[in-house]
Design a protein around this ligand. Structure first.
Ligand code: GYE
Length: 384
């Protein structure tokens, strides 16, 4: 994949301006899994039911929409969005971004389906959108394979598909993909750890990895990127298991790691913030000290608000951002399609690498110098 937009350092004020209005998501751990999952699940159930009802009710009207591909009966552009689920702060921010952009006020009729991390349900959701004859389908693919058949069905129905966030690796039957380079994120985490360990005089790295959901391109890329740097530097990856991108999963995997490997690791790499929160609980319960200046270096990905708060407090040493606010770029793609133009096949989000300490100003990733940003309250306030 060609990296079109590379990670650049934006000043805090620019970040604030860009992300203004996107706040409110991912507050501290207190807003954590139980409460969030319940709330979201309720909304999601309602949303899925609505989608199913609409699917039935709209059948006849839908045929017209399919015929001219020009929008719903009230002139709104109809969009079906098959979202991964509600597993993390990142996901909450991604869903909110889509709902904000594809709102009725903006001229859209958004059919949102939370697929609850079930890939079979996700494919069925896409088939439901075909039946509804929506104008566009957005998919955030839970897993990266198994897509060609249903994407062919979308193509046959004349419905353009836009892929958001995670990639599809076994089909190119979509118009555009908007997301992040996950391998670069993994490489950046490795390059940071290398430079940081050198700076601190740490000569041996024994790392535990808590992976994201199995089969997700985000997991595959972050795992590969970090492993590449680990192998090149002779580090030991003591173990690498899935925590499913959830706080509960991160805690469970960390508890079992502690039983097996206590005293045998000095780095924990969590592939998202929620897993890091779970790992922190497990380490705290076991009396293991982690974070800046402590026994275990803790690294995370996503850098949502709650993650950045933990970087600023020194509990997480470094957090590699994955920007969930793709919806404005997806809207650009849709506007281009509406105007009969051909959008870019791949659109990359802009991201930052966040740290607690001001000891290194940059790292070199893929031969390119990339800035490290020390987290401040201003950055946290502007983050999603
Ligand atoms: O890192 C994680 C979420 O696909 C990039 O999914 C996304 C990942 C994100 O559950 O928090």
């Amino acid at each position: 994949m060609k990296r079109k937009i590379v990670s650049v350092l934006m000043c805090a004020t620019m970040t604030a301006a860009l992300f203004a209005g996107c706040g409110g998501g991912g507050d501290t751990q207190a807003s954590g899994d139980a409460a969030k999952t319940d709330d979201t699940a309720k909304t999601d159930d309602a949303a899925s039911d609505d989608a199913a009802d609409d699917a039935a009710a709209d059948d006849a009207a839908g045929d017209d929409a399919a015929a001219d591909n020009a929008g719903g009966s009230d002139g709104a552009i109809t969009i079906g969005f098959a979202q991964v689920g509600h597993e993390s702060d990142w996901r909450t921010a991604s869903t909110k971004s889509c709902q904000d952009v594809f709102s009725a006020e903006n001229g859209y009729d958004l059919q949102f389906v939370d697929c609850d991390n079930d890939s079979a349900a996700q494919i069925e959701a896409v088939r439901g959108f075909i039946q509804q004859a929506v104008d566009y389908i957005i998919i955030d693919p839970i897993v990266s394979t198994g897509w060609d058949t249903v994407l062919t069905e979308c193509e046959d129905a004349g419905i353009p598909v836009i892929i958001i966030d995670r990639t599809i690796d076994d089909s190119d039957k979509y118009v555009s993909w908007v997301g992040s380079n996950f391998k670069t994120e993994g490489l950046a985490a490795g390059e940071w750890l290398k430079a940081y360990a050198e700076n601190k005089g740490i000569s041996e790295i024994n790392a535990l990895v808590i992976e994201g959901s199995t089969g997700a391109s985000a997991t595959i890329g972050r795992t590969e990127g970090f492993k590449e740097i680990a192998d090149a530097n002779g580090w030991t990856i003591v173990d690498s298991q899935s925590g499913d991108f959830t706080e509960a999963g991160g805690q469970e995997v960390m508890e079992s790691y502690i039983k097996s490997y206590e005293g045998k690791f000095n780095v924990v790499i969590c592939q998202n913030d929620n897993e890091a929160f779970g790992a922190m609980t497990a380490m705290k319960n076991a009396g293991i000290e982690y974070g800046v200046g402590k026994d275990v270096i803790l690294v995370s990905f996503d850098a949502c608000t709650a993650g950045l708060e933990k970087v600023m407090s020194g509990d997480i040493n470094a957090d590699f951002e994955c920007n969930p606010l793709a919806a404005p770029d997806v809207e650009k793609v849709i506007k281009q399609l509406q105007a009969g133009e051909t959008p870019e096949k791949e659109v990359y989000m802009t991201e930052h690498w966040y740290v607690n300490e001001d000891v290194l100003s940059s790292i070199t990733v893929n031969g390119e110098e990339q800035a490290l940003t020390v987290v401040t309250q201003e950055i946290i306030d502007a983050q999603y």
